[in-house]
Design a protein around this ligand. Structure first.
Ligand code: FEO
Length: 399
């Protein structure tokens, strides 16, 4: 790809990964992403983060269109996950930089990943400033957004925040700026990314947003490590968006996820949906055989209630439900109510198991759940609709 000058003497030199579906564990709704890296030409030529190792050759070619990579003086590692730090050893071997800057926890990550010998590492902390010549770089550690090592770099002379994974999105495109695509698509991409990567660290996000406000940083461009760069008016909008994402206020919307063997649990889901609608709650049904757990997570992020259904299977629940609940639990959703449902043939443990999973995921279980033996009849379906109404009423009290 061609480099793109995003500020005078500041270049995007990243790589576009047009075809990836799997983004370290979650399935991309729209295939593809970018690994962004930024090159600053100043008295000290400085590279911020690298790209995923398979893109090494094109990365070096892109940098070479701006400057000979051997002339890079400094490398800043804002985030060491291999899609950004994986090429550090190669770049250090190629460029022989004077210094490599990282956070204190970044140093530990570098040691654990690469066992470096003789690397010119220099640890920087929140509040430290580095002069590049005409510019300064101010560092702010953003621990657990979303790795311990994470930090951001702010260049006041350019009003530029280089934000590593924060404010990113997964999109492969020839556009480099977020104001060049449909705003609805942008919001969907940002929400999908936040829901699947950043969500568990929402308390840290609110803290960092507060720090940025307190520091009075003048930002007119946010350059993340994935996807499109935010500039001008988009900056304030994405800061507000992240605040709203992190607050996780409940929405008047319910998500029903379920798996089924002989369609009894499907029918229960439909009846529960009717009950939710009776209470004026919008609902979405997702059969787990049709949706990846990361798409389920995106819908849950938009919802205030989760109803999860599986038949009892070998005294347990169906594996796809266990998969979805494991994923959801790890992402620690906040401010949600829920309940379980499912059919059974003889032992009937499903709702007890699922209710425990929901509680463990931090979801407030507002009903013991509904289970029915084999095929639900009209009375059984009426009790399912009643469950929908119960959850709908509970959700309304949270709005
Ligand atoms: Fe894009 Fe956390 O790596």
């Amino acid at each position: 790809m061609r480099p793109v000058e995003i500020k005078k003497d500041v270049y995007w030199v990243g790589a576009v990964d047009w075809n990836t579906i799997d983004f370290h564990g979650y399935s991309l709704a729209h295939k593809g992403t970018t690994y962004n890296s930024y090159l600053v030409l100043d008295d000290k030529i400085t590279l911020f983060d690298t790209v995923k190792p398979p893109f090494k050759e094109q990365f070096l070619e892109t940098i070479s269109q701006v400057v000979d990579p051997c002339k890079i003086d400094y490398i800043v590692s804002n985030h060491l996950e291999p899609d950004h730090g994986g090429l550090l050893p190669d770049m250090i071997a190629t460029c022989a930089p004077e210094k490599v800057f990282c956070s204190p926890l970044g140093q530990r990550s570098i040691e654990a990943h690469f066992h470096p010998q003789g690397w010119p590492l220099e640890v920087v902390k929140s509040g430290d400033t580095l002069s590049l010549g005409k510019r300064d770089v101010h560092f702010l550690e953003t621990r657990m957004i979303h790795w311990p090592d994470s930090m951001v770099s702010y260049i006041p002379q350019d009003k530029l925040l280089i934000s590593q994974d924060a404010f990113g999105q997964n999109i492969a495109s020839t556009e480099r700026y977020s104001d060049q695509i449909n705003p609805w698509l942008l919001e969907e991409l940002m929400a999908h990314y936040y829901a699947n990567i950043v969500l568990p660290y929402s308390p840290q996000v609110l803290k960092v947003l507060g720090q940025i406000a307190d520091m009075g940083l003048d930002i007119d461009m946010i350059a993340p490590d994935h996807g499109l760069i935010h500039r001008g008016e988009a900056v304030g909008k994405v800061l507000e968006l992240y605040k709203a994402y992190a607050e996780q206020k409940p929405a008047n919307r319910a998500l029903l996820i379920y798996d089924s063997m002989w369609h009894s649990t499907d029918r229960m889901a439909e009846a529960i949906c009717d009950g939710l609608v009776d209470e004026g709650v919008s609902a979405k049904l997702m059969h787990l055989k049709s949706f990846h757990h990361s798409d389920v997570q995106m819908e849950l992020f938009r919802s205030g209630a989760l109803l999860a259904g599986s038949p009892t299977h070998n005294n347990g629940i169906l594996p796809l439900m266990a998969d979805a609940l494991t994923y959801i639990k790890g992402l620690r959703p906040q401010n949600k109510v829920g309940a379980a449902f499912g059919s059974f043939g003889w032992s009937g443990e499903c709702i007890k198991i699922i209710s425990q999973w929901l509680q463990d995921a931090g979801i407030e279980v507002v009903d013991p759940g509904v289970k029915h033996k084999h095929v639900p009849d009209a009375d059984a379906l009426a009790s399912c609709a009643e469950l929908g109404r119960t959850v709908g009423k509970a959700l309304k009290t949270k709005l």
